[in-house]
Design a protein around this ligand. Structure first.
Ligand code: COA
Length: 258
């Protein structure tokens, strides 16, 4: 038991730069008190002392402003920072090393019995005020932005923000540079919209440009090989891309950017 308490305190030091010493953490972190009371409540709940379990859980809520149903399953090194206003439902399951900030709800969207609350895998971080609603899984290491409302499965490692929650994609800088070069080459920037914008047409054009870029590279290599073999095939001119052909598209882009 003391080992668990020690690792709980360590997890505060790892995740809150404001924590100064063990005594302060022991006495001034309501998130820890809520977790310890939950362990007792959960033990009572699984031993069949349901009412007593609810009473302990309710006492924890009075003391800390954090409501954890005694039936919720919580892993190790669970860290609740600040905590006020957190609600964790009966069938929620939380892995190891998960962090929640104040105002988070792990709730249900139906009144049916059975699994109706989310499962957070190891290492998930849920930002202040976020609502995660429904019996789906948030994959290991995923981050939920503050104030997001998430009602669908989140893949491991993803970051979700906004209402409704959407995954933000961070492209690797090398791919972005290549795309920019291709866009400049053909005189049309299909990426005038941000990458995380859910515009299927822009995304499809983006994919085509990536493909074009790869074909271009391969053709250049083939032409070089042909030249080395003495062929003049690659000397033939390609038809030029004319700016005027893209004028309409650019005008539309400028209009939507305003
Ligand atoms: C979602 C989060 C994890 C993303 O962190 P990150 O991976 O470092 O991402 P960035 O800060 O680079 O932001 C990426 C994009 O998402 C946007 N974004 C970040 N957090 C957002 C949020 N909560 N809601 C909406 N958009 C958000 C950013 O503005 C940025 O948009 P841009 O690419 O158009 O400029 C983080 O912003 C967050 O909300 N953490 C919770 C922290 C918290 O609750 N702290 C409480 C302490 S008391």
């Amino acid at each position: 038991m003391f080992e668990r308490v020690r690792e709980d305190i360590q997890s505060v030091f790892h995740r809150d730069p404001a924590a100064r010493n063990a005594f302060e953490v022991l006495t001034c972190y309501p998130g820890l008190h809520a977790v310890w009371l939950h362990r007792l409540a959960n033990l009572l709940w699984t031993s069949g002392w349901k009412w007593l379990a609810r009473l302990v859980s309710n006492f924890g809520r009075w003391m800390t402003g954090i409501e954890i149903h005694p039936g919720a399953k919580i892993g190790r090194r669970f860290f609740i920072d600040h905590g006020m206003g957190i609600v964790i439902g009966e069938t929620a399951e939380i892995g190891d090393d998960v962090t929640l900030y104040q105002g988070v709800t792990l709730g249900g969207t139906s009144w049916n019995k059975g699994k109706r609350h989310p499962t957070l895998e190891d290492g998930v971080v849920v930002g202040a005020g976020a609502k995660v609603l429904g019996p789906f899984t948030v994959g290991a290491g995923a981050k939920i932005g503050s104030n997001a409302v998430v009602t669908k499965e989140v893949p491991p490692g993803a970051t979700v923000v906004g209402i409704p929650g959407r995954i933000i994609v961070k492209d690797d800088p090398e791919l972005q540079a290549k795309r920019q070069a291709m866009a400049e080459k053909i005189g049309f920037d299909a990426y005038g919209v941000t990458q995380d914008m859910p515009d299927p047409v822009a995304r499809a054009i983006g994919q085509l440009l990536d493909h074009l870029q790869a074909v271009d590279g391969r053709l250049e290599g083939m032409c070089q090989a042909l030249t080395e073999l003495g062929s003049d095939y690659s000397a033939k001119e390609l038809p030029a891309l004319r700016d005027e052909d893209f004028a309409g598209v650019k005008a539309e882009e400028d209009k939507s950017a305003q």
